[in-house]
Design a protein around this ligand. Structure first.
Ligand SMILES: Nc1ncnc2c1ncn2[C@@H]1O[C@H](COP(=O)(O)OP(=O)(O)OP(=O)(O)O)[C@@H](O)[C@H]1O
Length: 585
């Protein structure tokens, strides 16, 4: 995300949250007024503290009247009692502001979850559960902390400034400028810091998504020789994340400076101003009273508020923004309304997989392998891909499977950007060299769907043509040694695995090359019966004819059509079909 767009996103998040907060606060004016009422006691305590110290010194101890001095100090100590009562009252009233927020967020997240469940076409995520449980609690705690700190800041600062003014209005000339400058600088850091925070989180999510995809596709990556590319992509993600973290750290430095300006600079300036203030009649007691305000009241209140805004405040905005998505529950069905199933059939079915103007090159200076390729696979589609060696068929398979990221354009699955979905739930990619591990045939077949039932296994064995292998091994539960299976048997095991998965997209990259034509036709027929779409990189012309739809790849040029159309339109397809016709299948 660029700095500019990050800033815009953060700005809109802040704006959205502010817009949503206004009616919430308006509806709770009474709770706010009561909270303010209790907080005035805090104002009084702060105001009294510095003033009592000044009087204790000027009228008492420095004047030789110890009793008067002690009486003023006792008054300051007594002021803590109503302030303690105020804290009790504040906490009791806090619930009126905090609990409705949590309840409202939970209601909203539940509605969002229902909306998503009723309308989403792809696999659902755990996001709504997190919003209902964890994120609503973060919002509640963050909001409570912010209300407490903001209230304390307003009343303590007002009490301290009123006390300083009562001691001598000149004190405000010394204290106010650094205070206001520090706060202004701090507020100026908020939008860029929110933007950097967002960039950092985005980079973190990208890295996690890449790691998840890579972990799920380790075998495919090893088979297609994509390890170096996967590592390079991970390194790129790490670099982006490190840049975002450094930018965030720089802004954190500016924030520390802002805190120092408003928390510490007033004390320093007051020290420098002592000669000037005393020349204008400020007494020793008033000076100590002023330092009391700065070090015991103003400094801690400023520090507490600004650091809370910096931590919980940022989290609060990010979390609240996640709740402000659209919530539109579909109207309950009426007698005259069509049933959901009927509506579903009327709605356009999203493509299982889609390439939108996809480019791919193996390096910045490398010749592109895919050039603005558009491809749509709908449920029930069978597409065979043919082309000479090196024309990009395996590259297309990797990009469609989400193993290789396109250098341009977009890969979509089930109507959504591929990066948003769990690849293992959407697609199964079978390479030419399949993986069979030591273990039973049952374990091998259930590798992608560990909970497959026995009758489903039996159906797969029969459909793919694995019965002979099961018989030879002596049953599904006999341990097998992968090295003792023939290449064709290994491919049959992998095809059985693919037959058992529920992934709606199957990509076969010459995955039947070691089978004889009959076995290949049988396995392809069985896979074609599954729901979803199948893309087959054809090894024989039979695959192209069975698929009924063919994509011919010739360099970056592609032609698509039925075999009959292509015999007419594509010299390359005619050539390949002619060559293949000498090979049985
Ligand atoms: N990891 C890689 N790094 C660099 N170039 C690559 C890489 N993999 C493939 N290529 C190049 O990309 C182009 C397309 O290769 P790809 O393997 O997709 O073609 P193909 O049609 O599947 O070939 P075949 O039928 O021989 O398997 C070729 O020029 C190939 O040399």
């Amino acid at each position: 995300m660029s700095g500019k767009s990050g800033k815009a996103a953060a700005g809109t998040a802040l704006g959205r949250v502010a817009r949503e907060a206004r009616p919430f606060l308006r509806a709770r004016t009474r709770a706010l007024v009561r909270l303010g009422g209790w907080s005035t006691l805090e104002f009084a305590q702060t105001f009294l503290t510095g003033l009592a110290v000044a009087r204790a010194l000027d009228d008492g101890f420095l004047d030789g009247r110890t009793g008067t001095g002690l009486a003023w100090l006792a008054l300051a100590a007594l002021a803590a009692v109503p302030a303690a009562l105020a804290t009790r009252g504040v906490f009791a009233r806090l619930a009126d502001l905090v609990e409705p927020l949590r309840d409202g967020l939970v209601r909203r997240a539940s509605a969002q979850a229902l909306h998503t469940a009723l309308t989403a076409t792809g696999p659902t995520t755990a996001g709504p559960v997190s919003r209902i449980t964890h994120q609503s609690e973060i919002a509640r705690d963050g909001w409570a902390g912010l209300v407490l700190a903001l209230r304390s800041f307003v009343f303590t600062t007002a009490g301290a400034l009123a006390g300083l003014a009562a001691l001598s209005p000149r004190l405000l000339l010394v204290v106010l400028p650094p205070l206001l400058l520090g706060i202004a600088l701090f507020l100026a850091t908020l939008p860029p810091m929110a933007a950097r925070q967002r960039e950092y989180l985005g980079a973190d999510e990208d890295f996690a998504a890449h790691a998840g995809r890579a972990a799920a596709a380790l075998r495919d990556i090893a088979a297609t020789g994509g390890a170096a590319r996967t590592v390079a992509e991970a390194e790129r993600n790490v670099r982006v994340q490190a840049t975002a973290a450094r930018a965030l750290a720089r802004w954190a430095g500016v924030r520390v400076l802002a805190l120092a300006i408003c928390g510490r600079l007033p004390v320093l300036l007051l020290l420098f101003a002592i000669p000037w203030l005393t020349r204008h009649g400020l007494t020793g007691g008033a000076l100590v009273g002023a330092f009391t305000y700065l070090t015991f009241s103003l400094g801690p209140a400023v520090y507490a508020l600004l650091s809370l805004i910096g931590t919980a405040g940022g989290r609060l905005v990010v979390v609240l923004d996640r709740f402000t998505g659209p919530v539109r529950l579909p109207a309950p069905p009426t007698a005259s309304a069509p049933a959901p199933a009927a509506r579903a059939t009327a709605a356009p079915v999203p493509a299982v997989a889609e390439l939108r103007s996809v480019d791919f090159a193996y390096g910045p200076a490398a010749r592109p392998v895919l050039d603005r390729l558009d491809l749509t696979l709908r449920p029930g589609d069978r597409l065979a891909v043919v082309g000479p060696s090196g024309s990009g068929k395996s590259t297309l398979a990797s990009v469609l499977a989400g193993v290789a990221a396109p250098t341009g354009g977009e890969v979509r699955w089930l109507g959504r950007p591929a990066g948003e979905l769990d690849p293992t739930a959407v697609r199964t990619l079978l390479p030419q060299q399949p993986y069979v591990f030591s273990g039973t045939l049952r374990d091998n077949l259930r590798y992608l769907r560990p909970k497959a039932r026995d009758r489903e296994l039996s159906a797969t064995v029969a459909a793919i043509g694995l019965d002979a292998l099961v018989e030879r091994l002596g049953g599904l539960d006999t341990p097998l040694d992968p090295r003792r299976l023939s290449p064709g048997e290994r491919q049959l095991v992998a095809l059985g695995r693919a037959h058992l998965t529920t992934a709606p997209l199957l990509i076969l990259d010459e995955a039947t090359s070691e089978l004889d034509p009959e076995a290949e036709a049988r396995a392809e027929g069985a896979l074609a019966e599954r729901a979803g779409a199948v893309l087959t990189i054809a090894h024989r012309i039979g695959s192209a004819y069975r698929a009924g739809r063919v994509l011919v790849m010739d360099g970056t040029r592609t032609v698509e059509g039925t075999p009959a159309e292509l015999l007419d339109r594509s010299a390359l397809f005619r050539d390949l079909a002619g060559r293949w016709s000498h090979i049985p299948g």
